[in-house]
Design a protein around this ligand. Structure first.
Ligand code: BES
Ligand code: MN
Ligand code: MN
Length: 487
């Protein structure tokens, strides 16, 4: 079977070239790096290559500093750490020459950083987005090295947030350093602190700071590349609807032999209810959800299985090509269950149990409609008259875009130049609720979704890591992009 990446490599082979030189030179700026807009004459490309290479060691040290802060906003015990993390990002922004730096938060929301590098006359403003909050570790004891002690092994930097998304934060800051604090376009740095919680106060933040965040182009450094030397331009992301599902069967725990049989238990009822979400092949069967399609070349199944860590003999769920299933169809997973622990279980019927259900929704679907569809399905399938309570949790809209227009052409040139391979336009199965929210607030802005993850990054998992060579390519790519975006 054709591999997605090999197919692309084949397509790109033979014409690795630099950016075409069509526009005029706008002179040299004051910051040590020439502020040449376009064309990206070979001189400027070489200057940016050495300028980005020169800042990498510092950027990596700053990244380590950020990774040491356990900014798990979703865990109230780490609220102070998330504030420390925002303060550290703000300080790094000042160090990278920002003319204004603010830490902002909506009522009850996480701290976000907004910093500015004003545009040279006539130049557009580019908003650079990333998030400084991270996922929980999943158990520090499972990590090869402690999650908040950044550690290098075989060219990769390991630590929670080393990839998702403190690498995104540091990509932007490294680029600003490479330009010695005077980029060729206006830059607004926006570093969110609650992305991993579904960005619950983002709408408020965008409304309160609309003027500070207005931009012509937005660059999101929070996605992944298909390989460390193959850059991706993300064309779609799924949305997300989380909910807590509770079933109650009994007033209290009762002897499982005295009453068991005619009286059932809540955990079994919950299992039956969860089993109603898929058919036998694993296709999601909740009515009313959008199922899209894709004609993207299929991924190599063996490569997918190994990236996903599927055990031998375990089947793939659902139907359609693998990209179609990941990017354009809904997926449902049970992320957690509250129930007695096995080593503490006793012979009583469990009176109530609850599960965290996560529904990924396809581009074109709507979180409110999807939540309603899921709730209706659960209500129709709860067995044995058990009492059901569904509580909506984090949510976010899906997103898709057409990469037509000069900012996208600029990105394709810049990324191909930095990575040595043509850009792959690709969907992603993950979600970034910020994007749809931002696009709704600023409908005229072009949105570029990039990032420095790769299939080995293990985002959200044990032993998350960043490929340091790819980090360097990502920094150069974004530096070239800003030069290309300058008029
Ligand atoms: N960076 C990820 C999303 C992502 C992953 C995009 C891989 C592209 C490729 C982001 O930090 C994330 O994890 N988002 C959450 C959103 C949720 C909490 C609303 C997700 O997808 O689970
Ligand atoms: Mn992320
Ligand atoms: Mn994440």
């Amino acid at each position: 079977m054709w591999s997605w990446i090999d197919a692309n490599r084949k397509r790109t082979s033979g014409h690795r070239q630099g950016a075409p030189s069509r526009r005029r030179d706008h002179g040299t700026g004051s910051g040590g790096v020439p502020h040449v807009a376009s064309p990206l004459v070979p001189d400027l490309r070489e200057t940016l290559k050495s300028a980005t290479a020169a800042v990498l060691a510092g950027a990596r040290a700053d990244l380590e500093r950020l990774v040491r802060i356990p900014s798990i906003w979703a865990d109230p015990a780490h609220a102070d750490d998330t504030h420390r993390s925002a303060a550290a990002v703000a300080e790094l922004a000042r160090g990278a020459g920002a003319t204004s730096v603010r830490i902002v938060a909506a009522d009850g929301g996480a701290p976000a950083v907004i910093a500015h590098w004003p545009p040279p006359p006539g130049q557009p403003t580019v908003l650079l987005y990333a998030h400084h909050d991270v996922q929980p570790t999943g158990g520090d004891e499972h990590w090869t090295s402690p999650p908040f002690e950044p550690t290098e092994r075989d060219g990769r930097l390991y630590g929670r947030g080393a990839a998702d998304d403190k690498a995104g934060v540091m990509t932007h800051l490294a680029v600003l350093h490479a330009y010695h604090g005077t980029p060729p376009v206006g830059v607004t740095l926006f570093i969110e602190g609650e992305e991993e919680s579904g960005s619950p106060t983002l709408t408020t933040l965008l409304a309160e700071h609309r003027d500070l965040l207005t931009a012509d182009v937005i660059v999101i450094a929070d996605a992944a590349n298909p390989a460390v030397d193959v850059p991706a331009l993300t064309t779609s992301l799924r949305g997300l609807v989380d909910c807590t599902v509770e079933v109650a069967m009994l007033e209290r725990p009762v002897h499982s032999g005295m009453s068991g049989g005619p009286a059932g238990d809540a955990l079994t009822a919950l299992c039956r209810l969860m089993a109603s979400l898929h058919d036998a092949k694993g296709e999601v069967v909740v009515p009313g959800l959008v199922h899209g399609s894709s004609d993207a070349p299929d991924m190599d199944e063996a490569m997918f299985r190994s990236d996903a860590g599927l055990l031998d003999g375990v089947e793939l769920l659902g139907c359609g090509s693998i990209p179609e299933r990941i990017w354009h169809k809904p997926a449902i997973a049970v992320l957690g269950i509250d129930a007695p622990r096995v080593d503490q279980a006793s012979n009583v019927l469990v009176p109530r149990a609850r599960a965290m259900v996560s529904l990924r929704i396809a581009p074109g679907d709507d979180p409110v409609a999807a939540q309603r569809a899921l709730t209706a399905h659960l209500g129709a399938h709860v067995p044995w008259g058990a009492q059901l309570t569904v509580t909506p949790g984090a949510g976010g809209a899906p997103f898709s875009l057409h990469t037509v227009g000069s900012p996208y052409d600029a990105a394709r040139r810049a990324f191909a130049e930095a990575f040595g391979n043509d850009v792959v336009e690709t969907g992603m199965g993950g979600s970034i609720p910020f994007i749809a929210e931002f696009a709704r607030t600023f409908p005229g802005a072009a949105v570029l979704v990039t990032g420095v993850g790769d299939p080995a990054s293990r985002w959200h998992g044990i032993d998350e890591s960043l490929d340091l060579q790819m980090f360097g390519r990502g920094v150069l790519a974004e530096a070239l992009l800003l030069a290309e975006l300058a008029r």
